[in-house]
Design a protein around this ligand. Structure first.
Ligand SMILES: Cc1ncc(COP(=O)(O)O)c(C=O)c1O
Length: 432
């Protein structure tokens, strides 16, 4: 593939952009790819090369790029206005729909990004419990704000060890002191969680967790882990927040909480909720969420519930709930084929790999380990330099994937896309 224009554009971008989000840069590849357009699950770079896309805008594009049904609904509704700073009927329509499909959603509240929704969920949880400390887990990502901006991937030689790793800021410039409010724990280990709560129950107001650990190797919770976490929260006046920014509306209509059968007190959603339009949500128990409604907890945002995003949410939810969940059946069928195909390639070339996750999102990693159950078993066992090479070569072969091993499958991928992807993977893995 020739990428001359892409290279030139990259040089040009450095003069005006303070960094950028380009996939090859994320993959630390030899050049960034600038995408000119997308349609369906495909992208075209400025040199005209076509890619099957499993990055999907970092998750939101569950209907692929530029879906007509979504754009048509938005264009129609936007003839009425863009933002009112007041409630409008579609906001009530989507809220009632969400109440009927998301188990924890007794009341809902909207914002524009996942980061904001997490911030609001933490604030309201603290207000409810009147306790300040947050339990957060290694390898989980909840957005970039200071209150939770502690690195999802701390290095293993930090002091603290397996049982009480340190909270390492995600960036310079994070307000000093916020780390004192974070207790970082390994995930999928109920004994460590119990012990920590036993010692600090008076101070811990919040446990926040990805219900499926998508930000590290797409790790499923061990059987009983989330159920016990739920009980510990009930017994100790702790608000349980599931961060469903990735899993929400992707792994099931009702999110990971429906798939796994555990209902949190609060949950945050974004990404797939509006198929790529900017909206996020906190959904949760009435007695907690009412603190926002009665003004005890302040939440603002000029563009919250804007017409474009609410309209896209309505169209997206209608599509996802139509025909008895046909979209999910399609996504699960194709992702299972893809996962199975990778497993066969691993056996064929005797390249040890783990392929895990529920399907609509899953991860592929090169590792000799039998299983990866938490951040430490991930970081200690995966061959990330091999994956980097694989990722670059897949890009050269017309497949755009995450540099961290994750895949997102959309309603628009076809069986032919899966076959082409597996052909490319066969060629690339065979040559690694
Ligand atoms: C689990 C999780 N929570 C929160 C966020 C932050 O969402 P946003 O990027 O919309 O602010 C992300 C982003 O990837 C995420 O993966």
């Amino acid at each position: 593939m020739s990428v001359e224009k892409s290279k030139k554009l990259f040089e040009q971008s450095k003069k005006s952009l303070a960094g950028g989000v380009s996939s090859a840069a994320r993959a630390k590849g030899p050049f960034p790819i600038f995408f000119e357009k997308g349609k369906g699950p495909y992208l075209y770079d400025v040199d005209g090369n076509k890619y099957i896309d499993y990055y999907l805008g970092s998750g939101p594009d569950i209907f692929g790029h530029a879906p007509d049904f979504l754009n048509d609904a938005v264009i129609k509704d936007m003839q009425k206005g863009q933002v009112f700073g007041a409630q409008h009927p579609s906001e009530i329509t989507i809220s009632e729909k969400i109440q009927s499909i998301v188990p924890c959603a007794e009341l809902v509240r909207y914002a524009s990004s996942g980061t904001e929704a997490v911030q609001l969920a933490i604030r309201v949880a603290r207000a409810y419990t009147k306790k300040n400390k947050i339990i957060k887990f290694e390898g989980h990502y909840h957005g970039w704000m200071d209150s939770i901006g502690y690195i999802p991937n701390p290095s293993l030689n930090q002091p603290g060890g397996d049982e009480s790793p340190p909270a390492v800021p995600i960036s310079e410039g994070i307000a000093k002191g916020t780390e004192e409010e974070i207790i970082l724990l390994p995930w999928n280990n109920i004994e460590i969680l119990k012990e920590c709560i036993k010692k600090n129950a008076d101070n811990i107001g919040v446990i926040i967790t990805e219900a499926i650990l998508c930000n590290t190797n797409t790790i499923m919770p061990k059987p009983g882990y989330l159920e016990e976490m739920r009980e510990l929260c009930n017994d100790n006046n702790i608000v349980l927040i599931f961060d469903e920014v990735i899993t929400g509306f992707r792994v099931a209509l009702g999110g990971a909480q429906e798939l796994l059968g555990v209902t949190p007190d609060l949950a945050t959603f974004a990404k797939a909720m509006a198929g790529g339009y900017p909206i996020s949500m906190v959904a949760g128990k009435k007695e907690i969420m009412s603190l926002i409604g009665d003004g005890s907890v302040f939440h603002g945002g000029t563009l919250n519930s804007n017409v474009m995003s609410v309209s896209a949410t309505e169209a997206a939810l209608n599509k996802l709930s139509a025909n008895d969940g046909a979209v999910y059946k399609h996504i699960y069928e194709l992702s299972n084929e893809l996962m199975e195909g990778f497993r066969k390639i691993s056996i064929k070339y005797e390249v040890p790999m783990i392929i895990q996750g529920p399907g609509p999102t899953f991860s592929v990693s090169f590792t000799d380990a039998e299983e990866i159950t938490d951040y430490r078993s991930h970081i200690q066992n995966i061959d990330s330099s091999k994956y980097k090479k694989y990722c670059e070569k897949m890009l050269e072969n017309g497949v755009h994937i995450w540099p961290d091993g994750r895949y997102y499958v959309s309603s628009e991928h076809t069986k032919e896309d899966i076959l082409k992807t597996l052909e490319a993977a066969d060629k690339v893995i065979g040559s690694l």
